[in-house]
Structure formats: C-alpha cells, structure tokens
Design a protein around this ligand. Structure first.
Ligand code: HEC
Length: 153
C-alpha cells in the first residue's frame, strides 16, 4: 500500500472511532472550570460587601482589584459552555444558555463592559465605590435569574 493511502486509511479509522463514542458523554472539565471562575466572582463580591459593611477599609486600589478580578472572569467565562456540558457535576447552568445563545452572549458582554467601566472609574471614596459596585453586581442578579438554576434555593 502506498504511504499516503495508509495515512488516509488511518485517519478514516480514527474518525469512525470518534463517531462511535456516545453522543451524550459528559464533559465535566469545562463545568468545573466555569464553577471555579464563578467562585472567584463570589469571593470578589464578598470582599466588596465587606468594604461596604465597614468590615474592611476602603482603598481605591482594592476596589479596582475587585473589579479587575471580575473582569477577568467575565472575559473567560463564556468559553466553558460546550454542547456536551449541559449536565453533570451538579451544574446550575440553565438550558436557556444553549437555547438562547444570543441573549446569554449579550449578558456576558454587558458584564465585561460594566466590570471594565468600573475598573476604569477607579472609585476614590466609599460612596463612589458603592455606586459602581451596585452597577456591577446588577449583572450577577440579572444573569443568574435568566441563566442559572440556583439549587441551594
Ligand atoms: C453572564 C452570566 C453570569 C453573570 C454576569 C454572573 N454569573 Fe454567576 N453563574 C452563572 C452561571 C451560568 C452559573 C452556574 C455555573 C454552573 O454551575 O455550571 C453561575 C454560578 C455562580 C456561583 C456558584 C458557583 C459554584 O460553585 O457552582 C456563584 C458563587 C456565582 N455565580 C457568583 C456570581 C457573582 C458574585 C457574580 C457577579 C459579580 C456573577 N456570578 C455573575 C452566570 C453568571
């Protein structure tokens, strides 16, 4: 058999093996990654809440770091929703993510823009921080209402 024919046959075999794998195979890795990213969001939100409650001192650098961490999450989060990650690992991702991808994308972009604006605003005092933090955390609530099934509730 000529060399190139052999290569072609091998490739064809690899493809047919892949096709035999069950279509509903669970892809747990992206679920874990997106949950970890959201945990980071939760930690950032807690740090912000502690400042607002007077449990931690306000500093512009700290405020900017909180928004910057959230922005980081916002930029990465959307990459972890492949078709085969709809179930598994106790995911709270709602089917709406895959049923209304444009709306999910819009919510994601808004979160990216709002966290960026908050970073750039670099609040100088707690009053300014309160406003920017409130603007950013509207995104958490909004997206969770539409795209997350909170199993703790
Ligand atoms: C664009 C949509 C979106 C935005 C914005 C968003 N979240 Fe989430 N969040 C989700 C989804 C979807 C899940 C469920 C992920 C899963 O279980 O696969 C989730 C899950 C979580 C979880 C649970 C993580 C775990 O361990 O399972 C926490 C905590 C959380 N979000 C906090 C936040 C906070 C705080 C903010 C705002 C700063 C925020 N989220 C903004 C979509 C969003």
């Amino acid at each position: 058999m000529p060399q190139n024919k052999l290569v072609a046959t091998t490739a064809a075999t690899a493809i047919s093996v892949a096709a035999l794998l069950p279509a509903h195979a669970q892809n747990v890795e992206p679920i874990e990654t997106r949950q970890d990213l959201m945990e980071e969001n939760g930690d950032s939100a807690k740090a912000g809440g502690a400042i607002l409650k007077g449990e931690a001192p306000f500093e512009t650098a700290k405020a900017t770091a909180i928004f910057s961490e959230m922005h980081d999450v916002a930029m990465k989060f959307g990459d972890y929703f492949p078709e085969d990650s709809k179930t598994g690992n106790d995911t709270e991702a709602a089917p709406a993510i895959w049923e209304k991808p444009d709306e999910f994308q819009a919510a994601l972009v808004k979160f990216q823009e709002d966290t960026k604006a908050a970073m750039d605003a670099a609040p100088q005092d707690i009053e300014a921080f309160k406003q920017t933090f409130g603007m950013v955390t509207q995104n958490c609530k909004g997206c969770h209402e539409d795209f997350r099934i909170d199993k703790d509730k």
